[in-house]
Design a protein around this ligand. Structure first.
Ligand code: AHR
Length: 669
């Protein structure tokens, strides 16, 4: 990061050149306002865009248990082979038999394509494992990393041999060090000799996963999550919680215990958008609820699991009451919620707490929140939610319940949703808004179309009702621009309104979180990757700037002597401020959405004398520019510092905020 030092002299010259357009702000550093919740800036994980299998989940083999409806999808089998279904794992019964090919030069084997290929790095170690047996006496397999696209002489570049010694099913393992860096390798396994073997749950993980866990996360992607400083992790998604029908809803109980026995589920994002169709997109559940809780703990975020409310996706089942669980048959769904709380928080000798302990975490995860339903609306939802709230509150009065206001950020459905959540005393209400520039800027057009939008949105919210969880949002720029710089600045401007309303906005999350560049269904997204590389969008940096500098309490801020509440920027300038009681820092965030630089003069009421402010600035000229895999740091925040004057009465910060930029100032009291 470059460091830009603004000298005293520069500040003075600057003061002299301040004109009538200088925007005067005042931050009252003595009037400590509402606490900013730790959960304020969070993450929303959904298994969309190959976010789990093929993304964050470190497994490199696709269809490792041969459970896809086409049992050999992702595999190429050759020689004498068969797929059988009486394997050792009840819920994943399929496996492959490799038998004598019947001719000394022939081979029986199979190779796996991974997810858009298998990404390997030179010198890195990979753990190959397989459940196998040799029914006719000890057999041997050869395991190779291969490059089928090579113009070189040999396809294989790394190889290992495994003796399959037992007649009974047993797990075998070998660590292989890749001799090449390659984004699209394949894994090939074949019989060495004539003795047949049976293979099940064929797996390949980097040894170096996040926190070196065996069933772990891809290290660079998990690190990107940690680096965002999230206070919250909502999982496992939105629409996938519901399923297009109840059969395919996300069922957390299927996602815990030994990975070999977690049943496959379809992933609705395989076919939801016919123009982005991915027939090989499934949920292996290898990244399941235990792993989500553990990840939350690892990255310092509060876990917020979302469970099904007895309803399939309402979009897919418009007004079809029969697509959902009858009101008198909701008990198993309610029980799922109660059992989950016990799984997360119960003692290690309780029924569900024991399962957590067996998975390696005897201490509770200390879960505080549960979401019930995603983007559901109308009486169908409200009536179903009631018994969930009653049962959860009766058994776990301290668990906070997150209800939903439906898929829209305004309108009839939304209003009805909020009214129902208030009536049912939900603790928080999840709102979603994927909206254009006009919404984020609250332009006259935006206001006419959407009503309450932009930074002033939360100024008028009822302070006595449930708190807000802005659970999925992103600026969707017009004209097929995705994750471009301009959108991120508008998000930053909007977020000043969330921050100043921290007394009612308790949680927020940009969405979606992850996307594989070759496998996306939805964009924009916060973090993009291929099999070897990752890049963070400009929106990621905006989120990070807020989350890493969220402070502990709101400080009142005025612009031109007027409250910023009820306003959507003044001359395109937006600002909010917080105090961090722990570090003693006053943190001021200023966003300039106008096309010209804006001089600002910020009075720090209650502070005297000179100070040096640390600054962090996201500024860029090309509005349509984006970060990319090839240029991941094209647009990143830059650190600097700025001398603050003693001022006549109070410390005074004078600056020129660049056009279309987001700058924050940190002044240690
Ligand atoms: O984030 C993608 C989808 O958008 C979520 O699954 C759903 O909640 C919303 O409609």
């Amino acid at each position: 990061m470059k460091t830009k030092i603004f000298s005293c002299a520069l500040a003075l010259t600057f003061a002299l050149t301040m004109t009538a357009q200088t925007h005067v702000m005042e931050v009252n550093t003595k009037k400590v306002g509402a606490p900013v919740q730790n959960t304020m800036y969070g993450l929303f994980f959904e298994d969309i865009n190959y976010a789990a299998d093929g993304g964050l989940y470190g497994e490199l083999v696709k269809n490792r248990s041969f459970e896809f409806p086409d049992h050999l999808m992702g595999w190429e089998a050759f020689g004498n082979f068969d797929v059988e279904d009486d394997g050792p794992f009840e819920r994943c019964p399929h496996y492959v038999q490799l038998r004598d090919p019947g001719h000394s030069d022939r081979r029986s084997g199979l190779s796996n394509n991974g997810f858009f290929g298998i990404g390997l790095k030179q010198g890195e170690e990979y753990r190959f494992s397989v459940w196998a047996r040799a029914p006719h006496g000890a057999g041997k397999i050869i395991v190779q990393f291969i490059d089928r696209a090579t113009m070189g002489e040999r396809q294989e570049f790394t190889e290992a041999k495994l003796d399959i010694t037992s007649k009974d099913w047993k797990q075998y393992e070998v660590v292989m060090k890749s001799s090449r860096t390659i984004a699209k390798a394949q894994l090939r396994i074949f019989l060495d000799g004539t003795k047949g073997v049976d293979l099940e749950h064929v797996s390949l993980f980097p040894v170096n996963t996040f926190k070196q866990r065996k069933n772990g996360m891809r290290a660079d992607l998990a690190q990107a999550l940690a680096d965002e400083h999230p206070g919250l992790l909502r999982f496992p998604g939105g629409c996938i919680v519901e399923g297009v029908d109840l059969q395919t809803r996300y069922q957390w109980k299927n996602t815990i215990g030994p990975v070999e026995n977690r049943p496959l589920n379809e992933n609705r994002w395989e076919y939801t958008f016919p123009h982005r169709f991915f027939p090989d997109y499934f949920q292996s559940y290898g990244l399941g609820f235990f792993e989500f809780f553990q990840l939350s703990e690892d990255i310092g975020a509060e876990p917020l699991p979302v469970l099904n409310v007895g309803m399939a996706c309402q979009f897919q089942n418009w007004n079809k009451e029969e697509a959902h669980v009858p009101y008198d048959q909701l008990q198993p769904y309610i029980q799922d919620c109660l059992d989950l709380i016990e799984f997360a928080n119960g003692p290690a000798d309780s029924e569900w707490g024991k399962k957590r302990a067996e998975m390696g975490h005897p201490e509770p995860f200390n879960m505080k929140f549960i979401g019930v339903g995603n983007e559901q609306w109308d009486d169908m939802y409200f009536k179903r939610l009631e018994p969930f709230v009653a049962a959860i509150k009766a058994k776990y009065p301290n668990i906070q319940i997150v209800g939903t206001s439906g898929p829209d950020s305004e309108g009839n459905m939304f209003e009805k949703g909020w009214a129902a959540m208030k009536k049912q005393k939900a603790d928080l209400v999840d709102e979603h808004f994927y909206r254009p520039e006009s919404w984020f800027l609250a332009t006259p057009e935006g206001k006419e179309r959407y009503g309450n939008c932009g930074a002033s949105r939360y100024d008028s919210y009822d302070r006595k009702g449930p708190k807000v969880f802005a659970g999925e949002y992103a600026c969707h720029g017009k004209g097929k621009k995705w994750n471009h710089y301009e959108a991120s600045i508008l998000e930053a401007a909007f977020m000043t309104g969330m921050e100043r309303n921290a007394d009612v906005v308790y949680m927020t999350a940009y969405a979606p979180l992850f996307a594989h560049v070759e496998g996306w269904q939805w964009r924009p997204d916060l973090i993009w990757y291929d099999n070897l590389r990752v890049f963070k969008s400009c929106s990621y940096y905006v989120q990070q700037m807020y989350a890493a500098n969220k402070g502990t309490n709101v400080l009142p801020l005025t612009m031109e002597k007027q409250s910023v509440a009820g306003k959507d920027g003044q001359d395109g300038l937006y600002a909010s401020s917080v105090l961090d009681k722990n570090s003693g820092e006053v943190i001021i965030k200023v966003v300039n959405t106008s096309k010209t630089p804006q001089p600002v003069s910020i009075q720090l009421l209650g502070m005297k004398g000179e100070y040096t402010a640390e600054t962090l600035t996201l500024s860029h000229n090309g509005m349509d520019d984006e970060n990319t895999l090839d240029n991941p740091e094209k647009i990143t925040p830059k650190q600097g510092s700025l001398k603050c004057d003693a001022g006549k009465k109070n410390t005074l910060l004078l600056d020129d905020v660049p056009a279309m930029s987001f700058r924050l100032y940190k002044i240690k009291k």
